[in-house]
Design a protein around this ligand. Structure first.
Ligand code: HAM
Length: 460
């Protein structure tokens, strides 16, 4: 009896059309990264489990797919995990070779990542990510520049895919500013890690879950009132937020934000992204390694999860045994992005490659057609020496037994090919073939000897 299987929960099968979308997105990410001066890297798909335990944040660690390797002679086995993200791998790689890498280090990668999350719209258990990171920067100014360059590159990737500032927004915050905020309401410094964790999740927690967390962590009345205001979506930049909440000097929080807003907006505008970014007090990022500027990309409308997220993580390389090295970057997932591009109708109509040439073979044997296919696939053509040489044509033929040229031409048209070359016995004897433009239906006889020039000419 046959046994049928489905793909595991949260994974995707990439049929040709899906794969074409994936490649289009990846090719765009790669092109945009290169144009900003980044070079591509990759690492292993699985790492030692401990690499993620050090500093990735509890949530991501609880979502790891992990396994034991083969035991050695003493019966000891290593514990591994499929990578849930690329940043720990990158920090490990940089730490290992930090002294020999040219600075700033500008790396991008397109890893596939694995998280045991509950699948939902735009979130799965295996996904592709665009990672971009800049490491180095000796001064605060240089590091700020890197933060903004990585944010601008993230936006450039989205704009290259056709999205506009009406459709996506970069929401930013700064963990050091959030610490100011905590200080104003009297959150003790030792509770900051919990406070960041809570703030990151607060919009997703039920009132009951929030109450439990407040009790477990012995929050004061004032702290509880503060988090409840944030949970209700109130904005700490407004006076209303503070009206009934005992607090220290709010200006110590407000002024740096207004200053940063002005300088970030001006810098992004200079880079071509005027009006694409906004301060958002609720963005703190769940991953524990962030130390300063943080941002997420959100779709302006609808219920989609974040398209991208990133920020500054100045301690991670050192934590993995490298030098103290400033670092900033982001990750963008392919799943939520594909949903968004589909919803906004931004995907190019024709993503699957169409053949340039379809050979209609009405000869008795396949030999001549195969020889011509090989010549077309190997051919490059640069007649006027100015045009870019075409890198070999996409050439296919039919494998049907039928020698009926009309029927075979129907197959040629159905394949989406631009041209058909018809190999018919009588003409072929005379050393000629027919070249047919499948869009205009025009047809002409060509000496076989000059078919490559004719084909390239017709495709120009
Ligand atoms: P992250 O916020 O965990 O950050 O993930 C970045 C992006 O990856 C998300 O915005 C989302 O698009 C995508 N993503 C995350 N989880 C899933 C999932 N389960 N299914 C589909 N897509 C998902 C990081 O991963 C950081 N390492 C980014 C970074 C790089 N920070 C500095 N450099």
């Amino acid at each position: 009896m046959a046994t049928s299987f489905q793909s595991p929960k949260g994974t995707r099968d990439f049929y040709p059309q899906d794969m074409a979308v994936r490649r289009y997105v990846e090719d765009t990410w790669r092109k945009v990264s290169i144009r900003h001066g980044f070079v591509e890297v990759d690492g292993p798909t699985f790492e030692f489990l401990d690499l993620y335990k050090i500093k990735s944040g509890d949530e991501i660690v609880s979502q790891l797919f992990h396994f034991e390797g083969r035991a050695d002679k003493e019966g000891r086995a290593e514990h591994y995990a499929l990578r849930p993200e690329f940043t720990p791998t990158l920090a490990r790689m940089v730490a290992a070779k930090a002294s020999s890498l040219p600075r700033p280090i500008k790396w991008f990668s397109l890893p596939r990542c694995y998280r045991g999350e509950a699948p939902q719209k735009g979130r799965g258990r295996e996904f592709g990510q665009w990672n971009v990171d800049i490491l180095g920067g000796d001064t605060p100014e240089a590091r700020r520049q890197f933060d903004l360059e990585s944010a601008a590159l993230c936006l450039d990737g989205l704009r290259e895919l056709g999205l506009t500032k009406d459709e996506v927004v970069l929401l930013w915050n700064d963990r050091s500013l959030v610490e100011h905020l905590f200080a104003i309401v009297g959150v003790p410094a030792e509770r900051y890690p919990f406070a960041f964790y809570l703030l990151d999740r607060i919009a997703k927690l039920s009132p009951e879950q929030r109450r439990q967390l407040y009790t477990q962590n012995a929050l004061t009345e004032n702290e509880t009132a503060f988090f409840e205001k944030l949970a209700a979506g109130q904005d700490p930049l407004t006076d209303a937020f503070w009206a009934d909440l005992p607090h220290a000097d709010v200006e110590a929080y407000r002024k740096p934000i207004l200053d940063a807003t002005a300088s970030i907006n001006a810098a992004l505008a200079a880079m071509g992204f005027d009006g694409w970014a906004r301060y958002d007090a609720s963005i703190v990022r769940g991953l524990a390694y962030y130390t300063g500027f943080v941002f997420e990309i959100a779709a302006s409308a609808g219920d989609l999860r974040a398209v991208a997220g990133g920020g500054r993580y100045d301690k991670l390389v050192e934590m993995f045994g490298g030098p103290s090295l400033g670092a900033t970057g982001f990750g963008m997932g392919d799943m939520v992005l594909s949903v968004l591009l589909q919803e906004k109708n931004k995907l190019p109509k024709q993503l699957l490659p169409a053949p340039d040439v379809f050979i209609v073979n009405a000869l008795d044997t396949p030999a001549a057609a195969q020889k011509l296919l090989a010549a077309l696939r190997a051919s490059t053509f640069n007649a006027d020496r100015t045009a870019i040489a075409r890198p070999g044509l996409i050439a296919i033929t039919s494998y049907k037994a039928s020698k009926n040229i009309g029927k075979l031409l129907q197959d040629a048209s159905a394949s989406g090919a631009k041209l058909a070359i018809i190999l018919a016995p009588a003409e072929f004897e005379r050393g000629v073939v027919k070249l047919k433009n499948l869009a205009t239906r025009e047809e002409k006889e060509i000496p076989l000897a000059s078919i490559l020039e004719e084909v390239h000419g017709a495709l120009r």
